[in-house]
Ligand binder design. Structure first.
Ligand code: OAD
Length: 289
């Protein structure tokens, strides 16, 4: 693949959810994996799996700086539904009816009922072995920086300290009129929709389709990349449907990281990946410790 087809600038990331266009954009990243002497260990079959685990374990043991990019799959074993799997939320619910500003304006109660149910379910969820393994990877002399697309707080509950939420939080509500953002953990909500002191209907503080990523987490990620080389990038439980996920994984790779995809199936990461550990996050990640 020619240099011209590489993304021009790794940051700031492009607009996120707009039309989920990233799915089309994936193609420009595929096929670049062989650059810079990275070795691909994907798709070699079950016999190679232990060899791959050993390779990543060795890399982790020597790593001073680990980036983890996580998605819905890491919370699946905690009983939190994913989005695009066979039983995922977007199979049952049309995101245009629940995850856009237009849907919210049309029917805030309908949208809030859906989020309220997810909050009730989330309130029962506990971190699983994958969250715990990532938390345990952070040790004196080794930084672990987590970028999550998840709106749960299971990484924090597991004890991870550096967690950047790029899609917001189920536990925050926001007023678009006066900018108030509140932590709110009431389940179920006693008032639907919740109202701001200013009288406006508050919304979930979650990034919806067609909206930009919040600037603060994007800045944190930009600074992280400026802070030094990355040894290992674990991409865990995400379809990698969005261009910025591919971009960050690629940027980690260009900073020197071995990029490892932890997922039972192939994802949009294509040949950005050096090693694909094919399995459930809760089984694979503890094996790396
Ligand atoms: P998806 O539902 O698109 O993808 C989940 C991924 O997790 C799939 O690749 C599965 O194969 C994988 N998976 C399932 N179980 C797993 C397990 N036990 N261990 C490891 N992997 C497993 O979820 P995301 O990629 O996170 O946005 O989706 C990104 C965003 O799209 C979400 O944050 C959400 C959605 O629209 C918002 O709602 C703001």
């Amino acid at each position: 693949m020619s240099e011209e087809r590489r993304p021009e600038s790794p940051s700031p990331p492009p607009s996120p959810f707009k039309g989920e266009g990233a799915e089309e954009g994936n193609a420009s990243f595929v096929g670049e994996g062989a650059r810079k002497g990275h070795v691909s260990f994907k798709g070699d079959g079950a016999a190679k799996e232990q060899e791959h685990i050993a390779l990543v374990r060795e890399r982790l043991a020597a790593a001073k700086n680990v980036m983890a990019i996580t998605g819905a799959g890491i919370s699946a074993e905690s009983g939190v539904p994913t989005f695009r799997d066979d039983k995922g939320l977007w199979q049952k619910f049309n995101p245009l009816d629940y995850a856009t500003r237009e849907a919210f304006r049309r029917d805030p109660v309908k949208v809030w009922k859906w989020y309220d149910e997810r909050r009730v379910n989330m309130a029962q969820a506990k971190p699983n072995a994958a969250h715990q393994a990532l938390a345990a990877m952070a040790q004196p002399g080794r930084r672990v920086f987590i970028v999550t697309q998840n709106v749960d707080d299971l990484h924090e509950q597991a004890g991870s300290k550096e967690v950047v939420h790029i899609h917001g939080s189920l536990w925050r509500i926001r007023c678009e009129r006066d900018g108030t953002v509140l932590e709110n953990r009431e389940v179920p909500l006693s008032e639907l929709p919740p109202l701001c002191m200013c009288g406006e209907t508050m919304r979930p503080d979650i990034v919806w389709f067609g909206e930009d990523l919040p600037w603060q987490p994007v800045e944190q990620i930009r600074h992280y990349f400026l802070e030094g080389p990355i040894d290992l990038c674990l991409v865990v439980g995400t379809e990698a449907s969005f261009g910025y996920i591919l971009q960050w994984a690629l940027q980690a790779r260009e900073s020197g990281a071995m990029v490892v995809d932890v997922n039972p199936r192939d994802t949009g990461l294509g040949s950005i990946v050096d090693v694909h550990l094919r399995g459930k996050a809760g089984e694979v990640l503890p094996e790396l410790l």
